[in-house]
Design a binder for this molecule. Structure first.
Ligand SMILES: [Zn+2]
Ligand SMILES: [Zn+2]
Length: 335
């Protein structure tokens, strides 16, 4: 695994240091963003941890069909909803990346925990990468545009290795508003441990219910099959909804609304709506555009755990939102 470093050493905390000029910041940002380009995908620069993890999860998902039990399938479905809809769609995406609403601390903890249990990486890297996607959507620099290859956008972009130093700098530029918050830092440092612990917990619970067979059944369905389903649903948002579907808004990217991705990805398939108005919490803007994650946000608001919810659904063909400061408030960022 080759080590990737910035070409020019930069002062610690440079993103917030007054001594560093704007042009230097821009230069540093360009160096970081270059690490997301497709040409970085080569055997000498593969993230083997991610690659082996993905192979293991998908092999486990196939093996799950040899260890079927109703308890494990119910666990799989409940955790699928909790990690994908609550953790990723509501948490990493609409809450962190776009700040569509605010959360009280207990809800924030639960939502972030669900997010890390999805196995989609650390909260800051997820949200910063997503903000970059909105900034460069379907243009040069988009981390996962299907116009650079369908498989690249679906999965291959995940296998490019980037050092911790690069990821930290990336977060400084793209998600400074969340970066130093203690709860976020807690999950940044501990997220692999939660995944390992959840695997042991799954096997242990199954073993207690019915020995080895149930242990494997719970582990393979509750972790491997569930994650494989969630991964592919999430990846369809990156690939399929930039290729197929209809558009309510004339955005500068190729985002589309695609009903079947809205079903498997808990509302995120209304992707043209979302690209046009990313700070709006509901992703479905028409009566038939069913968005199950929005129901959870409404429920959290009703019990006082979510507040300042941006629920203003725009007029048809309203001008898309633009925010010229990348990472400043997590809405749309202009190239
Ligand atoms: Zn998109
Ligand atoms: Zn988004």
């Amino acid at each position: 695994m080759s080590s990737v470093t910035l070409e020019e050493p930069v002062q610690k905390d440079s993103a917030v240091s007054p001594q560093i000029t704007k042009s230097k910041k821009r230069e540093e940002r360009e160096q970081i963003l270059a690490k997301f380009h497709k040409e970085n995908l080569k055997w000498s620069n593969v993230d083997w941890v991610v690659l082996l993890w993905m192979i293991g999860i998908h092999v486990g998902a196939v093996a799950a069909f040899f260890f079927i039990s109703w308890q494990a399938i119910v666990t799989c479905l409940v955790l699928h909803w909790a990690t994908a809809s609550i953790g990723i769609c509501l948490g990493f995406h609409r809450y962190m990346s776009h700040k569509s609403f605010k959360l009280k601390a207990p809800a924030e903890f639960f939502v972030l925990l669900c997010g890390v249990l999805s196995g989609e990486g650390s909260p800051l890297t997820w949200a910063a990468t997503h903000r970059l996607h909105h900034q460069k959507s379907d243009k040069d620099g988009d981390p996962h545009s299907p116009f650079e290859g369908t498989w690249w956008s679906h999965i291959l972009w995940l296998f490019v290795y980037r050092s911790k130093e690069i990821n930290d700098k990336f977060a400084e530029h793209y998600i400074p508003d969340f970066k130093d918050r203690p709860m976020i830092q807690f999950f940044e440092k501990t997220y692999p441990l939660w995944l390992v612990a959840s695997g042991f917990a799954m096997f242990g619970a199954g073993y207690a219910m019915g020995g080895n067979y149930m242990g494997w059944s719970m582990l393979l369905w509750g972790l491997c099959a569930r994650m494989a389903f969630v991964y592919n649903s999430t990846w369809f948002v990156n690939s399929a909804t930039h290729l197929w579907g209809y558009r309510n808004y004339e955005t500068t990217d190729q985002s589309k609304n695609l009903w079947w991705v809205a079903i498997v990805a808990y509302g995120e398939g209304w992707h043209n709506n979302h690209h046009a108005h990313p700070s709006v919490a509901p992703a479905g803007h028409r009566k038939w555009e069913f968005d199950i994650t929005w129901w959870s946000i409404k429920l959290l608001r009703a019990v006082g755990l979510a507040y300042d919810v941006n629920d203003r659904i725009p007029e048809r063909n309203a001008t898309p939102e633009v925010d010229p400061e990348p990472g400043k408030n997590g809405i749309v960022v202009k190239s």
